[in-house]
Design a protein around this ligand. Structure first.
Ligand code: AMP
Ligand code: MN
Ligand code: MN
Ligand code: MN
Length: 289
């Protein structure tokens, strides 16, 4: 039976603009039947999202997007079907959030030197007590009228070689896969085409990931082109990885793909959900009418 999956999304628990409840409501209204909440380095939104999933009648997959440093580059791993309360995962994510706090102060200092004052306080205020990300800095600079849009903030200030850049010191690939597996989940390499790796570098990453028993590759992503779907489907097949699909939704104004509008996985992909048993949620839904 065909089902609408969206296995990558963000809420106000990280750098999304919708609360977990509002995100689930919007996804349900857009026709999503199975949604994964995958906030950066936190599982804080999952309890609220699960409750909302019962209310709005969709299946909520507890997830997370773990920041990883591999080969001096930042890579994101999505964990699906994790136990959000697993102690080792929670401890690992806490370490990454502590780094985020230190990094935010450092970004603030660097921007100050570049003539932009109050960015640290501004970003922190926009994070509203949740973890602070570069997205919050980008929003602050846009809202202060310093830069026109978020993309331009990244390009001019926040990426490598720019005045507000601070290199990530995230989890190792091995740690991240270990935390996700330890919490009972499946590990997925998020938006592989976004890393702008050469083909051989990407295959090196996939080889390392397979060596750690990694599970899947996000073949269909909101930030992928049609060519990317085809290329990534081929890589998944070559490395015997399952394939995932997620919009990477952050906010309604997102210029990328909307919730519930993802194309199907290319022919020949093994869906990451092939062995999932969603009947518990389906039963619950039918009980709720
Ligand atoms: P962080 O994890 O704090 O380093 O922030 C990374 C987040 O910034 C990503 O998850 C995206 O949501 C956002 N981001 C990264 N690059 C860009 C970009 N070029 N334009 C807009 N948002 C971006
Ligand atoms: Mn993000
Ligand atoms: Mn990501
Ligand atoms: Mn994401």
């Amino acid at each position: 039976m065909f089902c609408v999956y969206d296995l990558h999304s963000h809420s106000t628990a990280s750098d999304g603009t919708l609360s977990p409840r509002a995100l689930v409501q919007r996804a349900a209204e857009a026709g999503v039947e199975v949604l994964a909440l995958t906030d950066h380095d936190t599982t804080a939104g999952i309890a609220e999202a699960s409750q909302a999933a019962d209310e709005f009648g969709l299946a909520l997959i507890p997830g997370v997007e773990v920041s990883v440093t591999w080969n001096r580059q930042t890579v994101h791993l999505v964990g699906l079907n994790i136990d959000p309360l697993d102690p080792r995962l929670s401890e690992g994510l806490k370490r990454l959030r502590d780094f985020r706090e230190w990094r935010a102060e450092e970004i603030g200092r660097k921007l100050e030197k570049a003539g932009i004052s109050g960015a640290y306080e501004g970003a922190l205020a926009l994070a509203e007590g949740s973890l602070v990300s570069r997205t919050h800095f980008a929003r602050f600079l846009v809202q202060s009228g310093i830069v026109e849009d978020e993309r331009k903030v990244f390009k001019r200030f926040l990426v490598s070689g720019k005045p507000g850049h601070v290199p990530g010191e995230w989890a190792t690939l091995e740690e991240a896969v270990g935390w996700i597996h330890g919490a009972g989940g499946e590990a997925v390499i998020a938006h592989p085409a976004r890393y702008k790796m050469t083909r051989s570098k990407l295959r090196q990453l996939l080889k390392a990931f397979v060596g750690l028993q990694g599970d899947a590759l996000e073949v269909v992503s909101g930030s992928h082109s049609r060519d990317d779907y085809i290329n990534m489907a081929r890589h998944a097949k070559d490395f015997d990885l399952m394939a995932s699909a997620g919009s990477d939704f952050h906010c309604p104004e997102n210029p990328w793909i909307a919730l519930g509008r993802l194309p199907r996985l290319p022919e020949g992909c093994k869906p990451v959900w092939q062995n999932w048993n969603l009947s518990a949620q389906t039963e619950l839904r039918s009980q709720l009418g």
